[in-house]
Ligand binder design. Structure first.
Ligand code: CTP
Length: 408
């Protein structure tokens, strides 16, 4: 899976450091060349010998390693690296990286590395929630780091709260996605100077202050499009409904909840956009009169009838005001895919319509793969093989680039 991938795994000094051993083992078994770099404190929690045995490589703790094969240690580690991951990351290492400090092998390697970077913080809840740590994490995110938020649960200090290292399988899933992304990122910057607006995720429509109507959209397709567009040089605005994904590096993200909030955010950026990609699964209906207080069960309300009103159709509105923009819609269907997709393309005045069959287990909601057909307003039809959502995003943007060229 990760053949020819060089991964630097930084481990800092927290109780969760021992879990890094499992990750080293998983990466190595999958073919990666794993270089472990520990802080002094980490070496108190996990034995370098264990990591050396699992990775089959010398583990670096001390910056001043000498011996055959080593030049300047942190430069050697940072060069030709596909991914640098720090698991777990303490508040201290996060602060040092945010400040640009390079006082040991790990922090020096971080400063020298230009590859994609991932960090999984793990610490006591108060330390995690401390504004200093939060601000430092925000700084890293702004610099393009993928930050995986910690999980909640019982912590090593005995307290219960946020700060646990997420399950190893979840971390591995993220690493897999990042490493695959390095392959699928394309280097041609054919969207430089273009403003691309992407919507993603579901919308939620309130029933009362604690309940809502929504749908099964995970946002993965829209986030993949935003990530790919940014990688191709576009200035990307991502308008996202509630999802559990981190905004991709280099993408401006506006979070919304309801369809009407999404509409306002999209319309205010519309005139300035060259491309709009409506990947969001916008709720078609909202509750006519959401209750201001939580609806309680009483003896006489055995049934609850909600009156729903039609939400604005954002794509249709964009289509009716279209000027220079390339407009891309999506159609998630369970039957009559082609017929419905072509009808949506026409009624919403989109330039391209991306259709997928959500009744399939490998192309629907919350999976990492998709199988798309792109219909063009010019009558074209292109069917693509089952692929990752990042690859599907690439196909969509290829079609967008063609449309942009045809318009200008
Ligand atoms: N869309 C939108 N506003 C809505 C509903 C949908 O902008 N209120 C957009 C979606 O983002 C998508 C396209 O329209 O790009 C098609 O969405 P879809 O939910 O598949 O179709 P609908 O138009 O809602 O029609 P139906 O639910 O009848 O299939």
């Amino acid at each position: 899976m990760f053949a020819n991938k060089k991964i630097v795994l930084g481990i800092s000094g927290g109780i969760a450091a021992y879990k890094a051993a499992d990750i080293v083992s998983w990466l190595t078994k999958n073919g990666a060349e794993v270089h472990c770099v520990l802080t002094e404190a980490a070496s108190e929690f996990v034995s370098p010998l264990v990591l050396q045995a699992l990775s089959g490589r010398e583990v670096v703790v001390n910056e001043f390693v000498t011996g055959p094969g080593w030049g300047i240690v942190h430069i050697d580690l940072a060069t030709g690296t596909d991914l640098l991951a720090i698991i777990p990351a303490t508040a201290n290492i996060i602060a040092k990286i945010a400040a640009g400090i390079a006082d040991d092998a790990l922090t020096s390697t971080v400063l020298a590395a230009t590859c994609p970077k991932f960090i999984a913080p793990a610490m006591n809840t108060h330390m995690y929630e401390n504004p200093a740590t939060q601000q430092n994490l925000q700084t890293l995110q702004q610099r393009g780091w993928q930050v995986m938020p910690p999980a909640s649960g019982r912590l090593a200090c005995g307290a219960v709260g946020k700060g646990k290292l997420p399950a190893v399988e979840l971390i591995e899933e993220q690493l897999h996605r990042l490493i695959s992304a390095t392959d699928e990122f394309i280097s041609n910057m054919d969207l430089v100077g273009r403003k691309v607006l992407v919507t993603a995720g579901p919308t939620t429509e309130a029933i009362d202050p604690v309940r809502y109507i929504s749908n099964r959209s995970s946002g993965k397709m829209g986030y993949a499009v935003a990530q790919q567009a940014a990688a191709r040089g576009a200035e990307v605005l991502l308008v996202s409904g509630p999802v559990s994904l981190q905004p991709p590096a280099g993408v401006r993200c506006v979070q919304v909840e309801s369809a009407r909030q999404m509409r306002d955010a999209v319309l205010s950026a519309y005139s300035d956009s060259d491309v709009v990609i409506m990947a969001a699964a916008v709720a078609d209906y909202r509750v006519a009169a959401p209750a201001e207080q939580k609806i309680k069960k009483t003896a006489d309300n055995q049934e609850l009838v909600l009156q729903l009103l039609r939400n604005p159709d954002i794509l249709q509105e964009l289509g009716s005001q279209k000027q220079k923009q390339v407009l891309v819609g999506f159609a998630a269907e369970t039957n009559n895919l082609e017929e419905y997709a072509r009808a949506k393309l026409q009624s919403k005045r989109a330039d391209l319509l991306v259709a997928n069959d959500v009744s399939r287990s490998d192309a629907g909601f919350d999976v990492d793969t998709n199988q798309i057909i792109i219909f063009g307003a010019d009558g074209s039809r292109r069917e693509y093989p089952l692929c990752s959502k990042l690859q599907a995003a690439k196909y969509i943007l290829d079609a967008v680039v063609e449309k942009l060229a045809a318009k200008n």
